[in-house]
Design a protein around this ligand. Sequence first.
Ligand code: PBG
Length: 324
Amino acid sequence: MPFPTTRPRRLRTTKTMRRLVAENELSVNDLVYPLFTCPGTNVKEPIPSMDGCFHLSPDIIAEEAIEIASLGIPAVLIFGLPTGKDATGSEAADPNGPVPLAIKAIKKACPDLLVITDVCLCAYTDHGHCGVVKDGKIENDVTCQLLAEMALAHARAGADIVAPSDMMDGRIGAIRQKLDAEGLVDIAIMAYSAKYASAFYGPFRDAAHSAPGEGDRKSYQMDPPNSDEAIVEMQLDLEEGADILMVKPGLPYLDIIYRARQKFNVPIAVYNVSGEYMCINAAAAAGLIDREAAMMESLISLKRAGAGIIITYHAKEAAKLIAK
Ligand code: PBG
């Protein structure tokens, strides 16, 4: 029945009415908060390019984890910095490195908080690439084995979920096989399946000290014009044993999240990355937008597109607003 009988505005008349008919709702249960750990003791160093984010040494990271757990956020995603870098990123699999120590500390302080770890070599290699370089090329299959060792070190330290973000072919299978061979059959894999070569990682590379020295990541991360290819990547990861599929970044790739949700019957995660976070913060600091409103609008757009898991630097603030 057309206008004037049908008037969609009837359902927007009051806040309560809008609440009643809302099709999607952001829940604290959807959120994952990223944390950065580094060598040393008693280190709490602000990350200059990322508001409110710190490098935290493993001995004090549990304090942050306790706050996150108390907000009801179900999971953290941990990134690490090594003491030294080399060609193969050998510290990545060190069982006594900052990440395994941080996992143990967090699990001791908050046993129920899920610990997810980023599995990638880029913060550990002296050239800053996500894989081993030979003759100017990234060596796929050798890298997969190193990633599997890294994932194993995290799983042995008590990680619940490992999250490979390197975009090598076959790494999900390599990690699953390694974990299963060691009896770690219950450790889940969240695959950064559709990870694009994005300009929106800019602020993060400061945090992870991981900008590639030479070249870029376009030979392994996905090309922004493509979306069918994202489905291929996800299908492969699922077949290799991924439990959760991720799209990254979020806001410029809502169509990919939507397609993933339509196609696959596993949880779909999205990474609302550092550049998305800082665009909102910088625009708000310049007096151009309302920060809280823009934050909540962008988070609900990720949910509406189909993401059930949202990794975001806004998580703590969003959790507080949801609880209000
Ligand atoms: C490293 C990695 C990156 C991010 C997560 N893991 C950077 C990159 O690939 O260049 C980006 C996170 C963010 O920007 O918030 N493999």
